[in-house]
Write a protein of this length. Structure first.
Length: 175
């Protein structure tokens, strides 16, 4: 499987370029029943790095990449487990969606902080860069930007109850 779902700094082309990873961006996508969290202390970024945590009804947006070498990121993601995920891409405004089997990296349980933290400014900016490049929904960009407001305060889990096709957010409607 060569399709990779990125939700942290790897959403940005610049990060993959810095790591000499060849990949083609397929576009914005989401993983259902997860949410974005910052649970991995990072010395490189001097803040917490991104993770996905199970969240029934949640949506975590990110970027779908087609990797030339599916193992190319493994040396950079040693504190993460590589796991298969099902991702969904919207096919524009017509409301159709396509599902893909992909892989992503989730923080290894032994590396997670007890409480969620905040991302470093540079890390968050890199995430926003990648999210903008891939055309992630405006509502999700605003969600990410909210982490800029006060890095010293505890994180509050923000959610909305909108359909990802009609109004792409980070919660989906209950079935």
């Amino acid at each position: 499987m060569n399709t990779y779902f990125a939700f942290g700094s790897n959403m940005a082309q610049a990060t993959l370029h810095e790591r000499s990873v060849a990949a083609t961006r397929l576009g914005a996508a989401f993983v259902a029943d997860y949410r974005l969290a910052f649970t991995l202390p990072s010395q490189r970024w001097t803040g917490n790095a991104a993770d996905l945590l199970p969240d029934p009804g949640g949506l975590a947006w990110g970027v779908l990449w087609e990797m030339s070498d599916p193992n190319a990121l493994d040396p950079f993601e040693l504190r993460y487990d590589r796991v298969p995920v099902e991702v969904t891409r919207s096919n524009g405004n017509d409301g159709t969606t396509h599902r893909f089997d992909a892989f992503t990296y989730l923080v290894k349980p032994e590396n997670r902080t007890r409480n969620e933290g905040s991302p470093a400014t540079a890390y968050l900016e890199r995430m926003l860069e990648g999210a903008g490049e891939a055309g992630l929904p405006e509502e999700y960009l605003q969600f990410l930007q909210a982490f800029r407001s006060d890095s010293s305060s505890p994180r509050i889990v923000i959610s909305c109850h909108t359909s990802p096709v009609v109004s792409p957010g980070h919660r989906r409607e209950a079935p």
